[in-house]
Design a protein. Sequence first.
Lengths: 239, 330
Amino acid sequence: MRYTLASMDTSAAEGARFQFASDQSLLVYFGHRITLQAHERVRKLLRLLELQPLAGIRNLHPAYCSLLVKFDALRMGHDELEAILRKYLERLEEVTLPSPRHLEIPVCYGGEFGPDLGDVAAMHGLTPKQVMELHASVEYLVYFLGFVPGYAYLGELPEALVTPRLAAPRRRVPAGSVGIAGTQTGVYPFATPGGWRLLGRTPLAMFRPDGDSLSFLSIGDRVRFVPISPAEFAVRERK
Amino acid sequence: MKVIQVQAPGLLTAVQDLGREGFGPMGVSPSGAADPIALRIGNRLVGNAEGAAALEMTLLGGTFAFPEGAVLALSGSDFGAMLDEKPVELWTSFEARAGQTLRLGPTRSGARSYMCVQGGIAAKDFLGSASTHLLSGLGGHEGRALRKGDVVKIGEASGSYRKRTLAVKALERLSARKTLRVTPGPQGEWFPEASRRLFYSCAFRVAEETNRMGIRLQGEAIPMSPGDARQRETGRNACPTVGAGEMISEGVPLGAVQVPEGGLPIILFVEQQTTGGYAKIANVISADLSSLGQLRPRDEVRFERVDWETARSLLIEQERLLASEELIVK
């Protein structure tokens, strides 16, 4: 397959690689590993593009170590966009990221809310209670929001809980379900199909179309899960 | 304010405009018309701005009454529309007098038909667009497909009725394609040569479980052996593969052809997920995205590879045609 020079070029100084994704989008990769350094670069480029928007850019899709930039193909081409983005990249060090917010998500673990809690425990030789304690023991980073509105990709799971996703995804995962997959964990904001293993459910609304910020979680937030009882879940759900 | 009374909604009828771009960082995909060309032309036929909100019908149309009348145009596929007892011409504006009823049936051509109304559909904006995002229940008419008994408001319009028709030549050039032109996907090179050959030579069938999120295809599975992917991990195009076809999630463009485990391709569509973890072998070019909106279950599609320059010039040519004076005959 023949790519143009631009799509395979690597700049050691910036550590960014550009890849044509479609005829109206360009991917910027910051390495190919999920690292804090890559995450910060994604956030800084995203922030710079949000603070100083570029005419012709139509949308941005951040992820673990990449940013997909959708552009107006009638206004510019890949090469032109890449040249401009390289200038932005040179200024990444100037960008200061706001200090992270620390948030809590109440979760009722197990039972009908967490149908995979028992299986996950059995797979790791743990009790369901230990799985719950482990899952709630660490503070997670919101790497990005993606998939569906308000879906936050959280990492890293404690080593002892790293579990492959379900072989056959569920056709419908209820809204608020808290799942794990690989080294990630997350909350389903809407009822969608899904392949993550479900440990519990939160009564919080993750996506808030009437609110100022739309989503309960934002990229870069730090999050803890706090176990609650079914009774507490019922009370909070009514609010 | 004029209204449309929904007497029968059809299979899936929802308010759509050209969607909401710019909310990718929140995980919100643009949504919008599945066949934006049909929407744009339909709006021009009734004298609207081309991005005005209209009703998008899928496979089976509904029955609608206009108690105060309306100026309308139907675009996209032929759903056998009748205004009271009289057949309605597609791609041509017409007037429904007060009390008349428009009945549409099952499609006779592609998947979607648009009912554009002078003044546009007046729906509450969500993030700058009236389009319905069905999965999250946002936008459009109460965030959902229309139901029997719904009353949909029509926006204020200043113009009077004037007959406008789409030029025959333009219609021919803009008709929906079954051979989709694609550019290589960002992981195109991860697929063995034999898989790529298979992908570009086979016909695929559109699966029943196709929707606005994704168009699922059936046919030959396109293999991507994990062994092959791992070999590449040391190479320049380092491949962060964790399983067959799976990788570190990244942003995914509209029209991306992703190949999940099992090898049956899925084309990401207007209500797409914003990020995904499957390798993408190709991407439908912008000029052919509207054709995706007319694909019906069991339709046969093929993929044809074009280079980046061709993709760009096809889009420019299409936009030139859509902007031309000769597009609409008065």
